[in-house]
Design a protein. Structure first.
Length: 340
């Protein structure tokens, strides 16, 4: 398949998180003949029943290209115009996946060796595939992770702290609120304090941010609510240990707080001559510490990811193939230099 054809084929396979099997099977079967022709190997790395990562390598993998197989909902299929490929996952990260595969094809055709690819499940939810892969390292010295960075090398990415915030109260008839305790009132007051929290700043990553993503609670309009919950996502720029306790104190004693996910911020490698950026999102990289020094690079804009307008520029897809090849060659050169 050509680059654009492969991108569309991948987009057209629904792979919302936890439903990645079909796209994993497709990628596995696509890589099998490539492995066979060039003396490589490809395998399914089981994460849980019906979910697996796909890993392929040619020789001892000094450099590994990696991105994720899953997408956010809802699924919608691909379409194409003169400038873009559209569809769920077009930039996050099916186009990246296609560009990495085509980059490897080109490198192998030129006699390239000692490289690999690692395609992961679960990045959009909890990095389940990356956490599993971290227990099965293959000796790589460098990891090139793919996320939409508009083909600029990210020098840093924010971390993430996902929290569940819960308030409890006492039910009563709404005509007699003095007989109950409103959990919703407690939660609203606590979240208002959170919104005015003085978030820390980092000179490279900028300011930490907080999103109140979901709110639920209550029984009925005429019942004083005894339970209310919210889900909160904090984009980290520094250690979360002290921040967690500060947030707990700001929310107040009537609130229960539970950590659901923690991904630390990371600083990333660069390559001379390539433009750089800083990204505010989180990746699988913090869970892949056993896969080598990390780099972050990919076509597409994060501003269209997770939206109804998700798309990737064809020009950036083509450019990404060459960029991935260039970075692999650069890193293999570094590896050779350190070994001598």
């Amino acid at each position: 398949m050509q680059l654009f054809e492969l991108t569309r084929a991948l987009v057209d396979i629904e792979s919302v998180t936890a439903g990645e099997k079909a796209v994993g099977d497709f990628v596995y079967e696509y890589l099998r003949p490539l492995a066979s022709r060039h003396g490589g190997q490809v395998e399914r790395m089981e994460v849980e029943p019906e979910r697996f990562n796909v890993f392929a390598c040619w020789g001892r993998p000094e450099v590994v290209l990696s991105t994720h197989l899953d997408t956010v909902p809802p699924f919608f299929p691909s379409r194409e115009d003169d400038e873009h490929i559209w569809g769920r996952g077009a930039c996050d990260a099916k186009g990246i996946l296609a560009a990495m595969i085509k980059a490897v094809e080109g490198l192998l055709a030129e006699g390239g060796r000692n490289l690999g690819v690692l395609f992961l499940v679960g990045e959009e939810r909890n990095s389940a595939g990356a956490r599993c892969a971290s227990l099965q390292p293959r000796g790589a010295r460098y990891l090139i992770n793919g996320e939409p960075t508009e083909n600029k090398l990210a020098v840093g990415s924010k971390g993430a702290l996902r929290l569940e915030v819960e308030a409890r109260g006492k039910m009563a008839h709404s005509a007699y609120p003095e007989l109950g305790e409103s959990a919703i009132d407690k939660l609203i007051d606590a979240l208002a304090r959170l919104r005015s929290f003085p978030w820390p700043r980092d000179p490279v990553l900028g300011e930490a941010t907080c999103n109140i993503g979901t709110i639920s609670g209550g029984r009925a309009p005429n019942v004083i609510p005894d339970l209310a919950r919210a889900e909160v996502m904090i984009r980290l720029v520094s250690s979360s240990q002290d921040l967690f306790e500060q947030v707990r104190a700001a929310l107040g004693p009537d609130i229960q707080l539970r950590e659901v996910l923690h991904m630390p911020p990371v600083r990333l490698g660069t390559v001379p001559g390539l433009p750089t950026t800083v990204v505010k999102f989180t990746t699988d990289i913090p869970c892949l510490v056993n896969w080598g020094e990390p780099f972050l690079l990919g076509p597409g804009s994060i501003h269209t990811a997770h939206t109804e307008e998700e798309r990737v520029e064809k020009k950036q897809l083509v450019e990404a193939v060459g960029l991935y090849q260039h970075v692999v060659n650069e890193l293999q050169g570094r590896s050779d230099a350190t070994q001598h």
